[in-house]
Design a binder for this molecule. Structure first.
Ligand code: FAD
Ligand code: NAD
Length: 477
């Protein structure tokens, strides 16, 4: 083992929670190291964590390519564009995906360099006394002395023994992003965000996709008006989503996957060419905590923290997927920035009531704040306004006049409590609603805000007007 080196801050993990923490700490004039052990399938090390290497970015690359392929086949003729027979070149599509990932992860190394962060590839283990042992990288095992440690070790897919992962036929989301051929029959276990996004990708590229979901309801965390609308669109796409289908087991025989599941009508068997298991992710803390660090992990494996991401051990913090809250890149990023500012003695806070959720299907689904069902259950009197994209000129021009924008506000002081959108670019449109919640805006604030015409954002404006039955471009009910 070589001698020890001293840093103000050592971050373990360079995903979307860890790398912003490292960069902000360096911006705060602290001496920072960020240790990450990620290895890609070709054995190369890369910063960026799950999100950049195997999650958000590659999935969005494929969602875009597959959507274009689908639209070229299904929609171009409607615009009066003839393209002949549309052909799929999956190898090029996958090269593009890999190229985007490489550029983005390389970008983090460049950001570290320019911010003065020491990026280290290797496994980090927290030792008692705020020291971090780094092993398995290029050089010998070394120990970093740290005034502060930020744990940002992320999450990994949940593996179920009854569906043994082999990486070829029974696969996880990372494998499903890197397939080199379109499976004829693709099964997905779990109609969560991954199941719906990856199911959409391979359905558009030609697979027969069956999604098995244990719960009786689709998207229970979403506003149910939006979930019902989404279900209609998924059906139109040809996604065969079977609700109330509890998968018992999956096994590989003769080059195919056999899945046994039960629903209200009994036991069923399904034969598939590939099966994606997307039943959630769990916090990743393997080999992370040496004996005696004092950092507590709860019954589900999450590192315990308070609302400022303090672990309870002085100067040890934890952020991102490894702690409570939604497993979203932007939530981790804000936690990382907050912690780096608190360490530097600055102000830092995360508003957990204004975390946007986006599902990048077509149409996109996005929301922030409370659903109508949650507001109703809280007993607070409320008002609702919604506006269909069918009445929005830009959506019509885009040939994407599907879905709606919906706003829920308090009946007493008109504060916006939740905004729910299903429709074109919902993930972009939701940013205005996040800002509205951040500033405790009322629906009247949005009603009085000018929105450019013709834009999709007018749907949100009209939904705000509809809250008080003053919509102009649709009939108020
Ligand atoms: P991670 O991104 O998991 O990064 C943790 C890093 O720490 C990894 O590089 C890991 O190798 C490293 N590490 C772990 N332990 C150690 C150790 N002991 N020593 C050194 N390094 C260590 N979220 C969104 O917000 N939007 C999306 O569109 C989206 N799409 C997704 C699509 C898919 C297919 C998947 C799987 C996830 C998606 N997510 C999305 C979720 C998002 O990827 C995670 O919420 C996010 O990556 C969490 O960030 P993190 O930094 O906490 O952890
Ligand atoms: P998830 O928790 O969203 O969904 C898992 C689904 O699997 C649930 O609906 C669950 O009921 C179902 N399930 C569990 N066991 C089952 C069984 N035996 N049979 C049938 N169904 C079963 O998890 P995920 O889709 O794996 O995603 C993991 C995380 O990644 C999520 O927290 C999500 O926030 C994040 N993610 C986010 C995005 C995004 O923001 N666009 C995209 C992908 C992933």
């Amino acid at each position: 083992m070589s001698g020890s080196e001293a840093f103000d801050v050592v971050v373990i993990g360079a995903g979307p929670a860890g790398y912003p923490a490292a960069i902000r700490a360096a911006q705060n004039k602290l001496k920072v190291a960020c240790v990450d052990e990620w290895k890609n399938t070709d054995g190369t090390a890369a910063f960026g964590g799950t999100c950049l290497n195997a999650g958000c970015i590659p999935s969005k690359a494929l969602l875009e390519s597959s959507e274009l392929y689908w639209r070229a086949r299904e929609e171009f003729a409607h615009h009066g564009i003839g393209v002949g027979q549309v052909k799929l070149d999956l190898a090029t599509m996958q090269r593009r995906r890999a190229g985007i990932v490489k550029t983005m992860t390389g970008g983090i190394a460049a950001l570290f360099k320019s911010a003065g962060v020491t990026g280290i590839h290797g496994h980090g283990r927290l030792l008692p006394g705020n020291r971090v042992e780094v092993s398995g990288g290029m050089g010998a095992t070394r120990v970093l002395e740290a005034r502060h440690v930020v744990i940002a070790s992320g999450s990994s897919p949940i593996r179920l023994p009854s569906m043994p992962h082999d990486g070829k036929l029974i696969i996880d989301s990372w494998n499903a992003l890197e397939l080199d051929a379109v499976p004829r029959r693709l099964g997905v276990i779990g109609a969560g965000v991954i199941g719906l996004e990856l199911g959409s990708v391979w359905r558009r590229l030609g697979s027969e996709v069956t999604v098995l979901e244990a719960l009786p309801q689709l998207l229970p965390m979403a506003d149910q008006a939006i979930a019902r609308e989404a279900q209609r669109h998924f059906k139109k796409l040809g996604l065969d989503i079977r609700l109330g289908a509890k998968v018992q087991s999956a096994s590989v025989t003769g080059g195919a996957v056999s899945v046994v599941y039960t629903d209200a009508s009994g036991e069923h068997r399904l034969e598939l060419d590939k099966l994606v298991v997307a039943v959630g992710r769990r916090p990743f803390t393997e080999g992370l905590l040496a004996e005696g660090t004092g950092v507590k992990v709860d019954g589900r494996g999450f590192v315990e923290v308070d609302e400022h991401c303090r672990t309870g051990v002085p100067n040890v913090w934890a952020v991102g997927d490894v702690v409570r809250g939604p497993m979203l890149a932007h939530k981790g990023k804000e936690e990382g920035i907050m912690v780096a500012d608190l360490i530097a003695g600055r102000y830092g806070e995360v508003n957990y009531r204004a975390i946007p959720s986006v599902i990048y299907t077509a149409p996109e689904i996005a929301w922030v704040g409370l659903t109508e069902e949650q507001v109703k259950a809280s007993g607070r009197p409320y008002k609702v306004g919604s506006f269909p994209f069918a009445a929005n000129g830009r959506a019509r021009a885009l040939e994407a006049a599907q879905g709606m924008a919906k706003m829920v506000s308090a009946a007493d002081d008109d504060e916006i409590l939740g905004v729910h959108i299903i429709g074109p670019f919902a993930g972009e449109l939701i940013a205005e609603a996040v800002l509205a919640l951040e500033y405790s805006a009322s629906s009247e604030d949005l009603q009085r805000t000018m929105h450019a015409h013709p834009t999709l954002s007018e749907a949100l404006h009209e939904a705000a007007l509809a809250v008080d039955k003053r919509a102009i471009d649709s009939i108020n009910r």
